[in-house]
Each structure stands twice: as structure tokens, then as C-alpha cells.
Design a binder for this molecule. Structure first.
Ligand code: ATP
Ligand code: MG
Length: 264
């Protein structure tokens, strides 16, 4: 694993808000084709890391590389074009737009034609449009969203909205997909479906996954590697079996969770 360059490398990332540290010297990597999970108690800094990667936050110091390219030198709005997409802890869909259109928005960085060029090159624009629709339909089929295709996203049940968010991130054809608690608030069946989708995104769609999730049963089941954050620092990282046997991790969690925490 160590012989190939990781898809994502986070090195020495420190982030403060008005002098208060949210992240301190955070370092980990995500290897291509893997599912890596970030876990840790509430306020540990998990979402802050995702925000540093996506460009919503700028770290005080440290480096982040995607496919060997320095991400911090790239403005947030251009990072999608580098192969990065994400979902949000609080659903962030265009509520008035249909499912189909929300997914099309996920592809906006791939759409090459503007109004002028679509007048000048009408044929090409039509072909491109058909191709974008086809890709979006593939995502809709994969996530079982066909019945909701033309419905406004904001009116859908919560669990379906979470799937639409995943669909929008996937429609962007990411190399790395960042998922912030995709199972939060879901029932058991929806959680199992979501776990299956995440595995398939990695195995069949060829994307690499960085996942934040509190459901330890799922995390232990589907992760290749787990990075544990506590008070903004990496407490431990390793394979699921190494993490569940790590005394520091167990101790950090035992204050807030019972012994069934790791779902074993
Ligand atoms: N925009 C912000 N302004 C000020 N403080 C912030 C901001 N974003 C995060 N923080 C602080 O940084 C710390 C880490 O927050 P973060 O949201 O990254 O935690 P988390 O691990 O995602 O928690 P949760 O499991 O509750 O989602 C917290 O103390 C939080 O209050
Ligand atoms: Mg969070």
C-alpha cells in the first residue's frame, strides 16, 4: 500500500477559530480505491477536516495533496474540477429543484458549453446534454431514485434526500468523495442500503471514499482504514481490528459510549 502515492495526503494541518484550536497537526492519508473513515466524539474536528479539504476552511498551516497536487493552492470552487466532491452533515440540496436537476447541478463543472457556444455549436451542445443526462440517469438507477426523478428534492422523505445528496456528489464523477455522516438519522434498512451504496461507489464506480460516520457497526464493516480524532488531534489510525483493540481509543470513547460501541 505504501508503495503508491496516496490519493489524498493530509500533513500537519492545524486550524484555529479565534485562537481556539479545532485541529492540531492532523496527518493521515487515503489510498486510492479505499474506504477510509474518520471517527471521533462530537466536536473532535471531523467536519473541520472535510472543510479544509473541500476549501470551505483554510488551515493555519499544513499541507493537503490530492493526487500529488497541492490542494491548498487551488480555490475552493475549482477543487470539484480536480476530482473532489462531497455531501454535507446537514443536507444541502436545491430544495425547489427536481432530483434530476439537483444531480445535473453536480455535473456543472463538466458542462463545457455556455449560452453563446450552445448557439454557435448547437449540435455539440445537444450531444453533450444527452451525455450528461445519460450519466445522471445511471446514478438515478444505481441509487433507486427513479420514482422521485421529477419531484422537488425538498419535499422528499429525509432518507431519500440523503440519497439524492449522495447522487449529486457521485454525478460529479469524483476521484475522491467526502461523505459527512451519510447515515445520520436513517433507520436500519436505510443504513444498510447506504453502506451497500458506499461499497459499490468504491468497488464499481471506482471512487475513493473518505467517510465520517458515527455508526460504528457500519464503520467497522466497510472501512479499509480508520482515523480516530479526539480534541482535534489524531488519536490513532489503522485497520478496523487494530482500532477496536486500541486501548487509547476504547478509553476515549468509554466516557460517552457503552461497551457495545464498536458494534461487535
Ligand atoms: N465555523 C466555525 N467557527 C467556530 N468554531 C468552529 C467552526 N467550525 C467548527 N468549529 C469548532 O471546531 C471544533 C470541531 O468542530 P467539527 O464540526 O469539526 O466537529 P465534528 O467532529 O464534525 O463534530 P460532530 O460529530 O458533532 O459533527 C468544535 O469545537 C467546533 O465548535
Ligand atoms: Mg461534524
Amino acid at each position: 500500500m505504501a508503495l503508491t502515492t496516496p490519493l489524498l495526503e493530509v500533513k500537519g494541518v492545524t486550524l484555529t477559530f479565534k485562537g481556539i484550536a479545532a485541529l492540531t497537526d492532523v496527518a493521515f492519508s487515503v489510498e486510492k480505491g479505499r474506504i477510509v473513515s474518520l471517527i471521533g466524539p462530537n466536536g473532535a474536528g471531523k467536519t473541520s477536516i472535510l472543510n479544509c479539504i473541500s476549501g470551505r476552511y483554510t488551515p493555519d498551516c499544513g499541507e493537503i495533496y490530492l493526487d500529488g497536487k497541492n490542494l491548498l493552492a487551488v480555490p475552493a470552487h475549482k477543487r470539484t474540477g480536480m476530482g473532489l466532491s462531497r455531501t454535507f452533515q446537514n443536507i444541502a440540496l436545491f430544495k425547489g429543484l427536481s432530483v434530476l436537476d439537483n444531480l445535473m447541478v453536480g455535473r456543472h463543472h463538466l458542462i463545457r458549453y455556455g449560452i453563446l457556444s450552445s448557439i454557435a455549436y448547437f449540435g455539440r451542445a445537444m450531444n453533450d446534454e444527452a451525455e450528461h443526462r445519460r450519466r445522471v440517469e445511471d446514478v438515478i438507477d444505481f441509487l433507486g431514485l427513479s420514482p422521485y426523478r421529477h419531484q422537488a428534492a425538498g419535499h422528499l422523505p429525509y432518507g431519500v434526500q440523503k440519497r439524492v445528496e449522495l447522487g449529486r456528489a457521485l454525478a460529479a464523477e469524483p476521484k475522491l468523495i467526502l461523505l459527512d455522516e451519510p447515515m445520520a438519522g436513517m433507520n436500519l434498512e436505510e443504513t444498510e442500503d447506504m453502506a451497500r451504496y458506499i461499497l459499490d461507489i468504491c468497488e464499481e464506480w471506482g471512487a475513493t471514499v473518505l467517510l465520517i460516520e458515527h455508526d460504528m457497526g457500519v464503520v467497522m464493516d466497510i472501512s479499509d482504514k480508520i482515523v480516530v480524532l479526539d480534541f482535534g488531534s489524531v488519536l490513532a489510525q489503522g485497520r478496523p481490528d487494530e482500532i477496536s483493540a486500541n486501548q487509547d481509543v476504547v478509553a476515549a470513547y468509554l466516557g460517552t459510549e457503552d461497551a457495545t460501541f464498536f458494534g461487535r
